[in-house]
Design a protein around this ligand. Sequence first.
Ligand SMILES: [Zn+2]
Length: 323
Amino acid sequence: MIGLELSDEDWFKIETRLQNGLTVLSTLMRFSAPKKISLKAGLLISLMSLLLTGPVFAQNSRSAAAEEGVVVDKPSRLRNLVPADQLERSAAQQFVQMKRQAAQKNALAGDDHPQLVRLKTIANRLLPHTARWNPRAKDWPWEVQLFNASAINAFCMPGGKIGFYMGILERLALTDDEVAMIMGHEMAHALREHSRERLAKNQLTGIGASVLSSVLGLGDMGRMAMDYGAQLTMLKFSRDDESEADLIGLDIAARAGFDPRAGITLWRKMGAASKNAPPQWLSTHPSGNNRIAEIDRHLDQVLPLYAKAIGRTLDTLPPDPSL
Ligand SMILES: [Zn+2]
């Protein structure tokens, strides 16, 4: 993490101020004395306009969710500071590198490994329900790999590169429903571009001052863009991102016919495992103590999706795994 740490609330204030400032500046540009505004200021305004007015596709999450399922907020427009295609390309390169390193240590599961086959089967059921959270997901080159390492860890990189560690499957003895909860959660981070937003915010806090004072710190931005891949594996999500990923993950999994009540059994297992040594997964996915309560509180929104997916009614659901 570079520079100072700002909370999501701080970022919201900054974004609002930037947006207000922009409106004033662009009005000035248009109506008063455009010639008096320097080239640098003009470029800064264009740059900031670009950042703050980029495509906002997640608006569909609200209208889509209005039918049924979970409801989440709009994503921060600050993420437009990091170009999505560039980030996804970096992630894909990073993934290739991880696979190569694992293969050298004989720690990359072969295509016919039963646990990898199982992961792919679960992923294929979840994938049709991802596009409602990010239309571009339809075009992502999704991929699932299994790393033979004992860490309790799993991830989904921007652009849909999914990795599971053997440790999370075996040490937590995950059921298919629980695997779907983790995979849905990880997919949600990618779909909602949480890494992109976090990198954009890091970039702004890290180089904000120098960029804004010299205005044309574009060279710096370009240089920092090269490091996305390296930063991705260390990136820590915020608690807000975690809650959002939990809810969207539940939604995706329930629509695919996985029991959302497995979210509760999963987090109990994760909690028990963290008593000995904190799972690696928890170091990048900070959780509030109320995670299970939050999932429980949202079950009413996702159990109908699950019931529909498996052709049952709410009264005839399979036994609750969390009881
Ligand atoms: Zn997470």
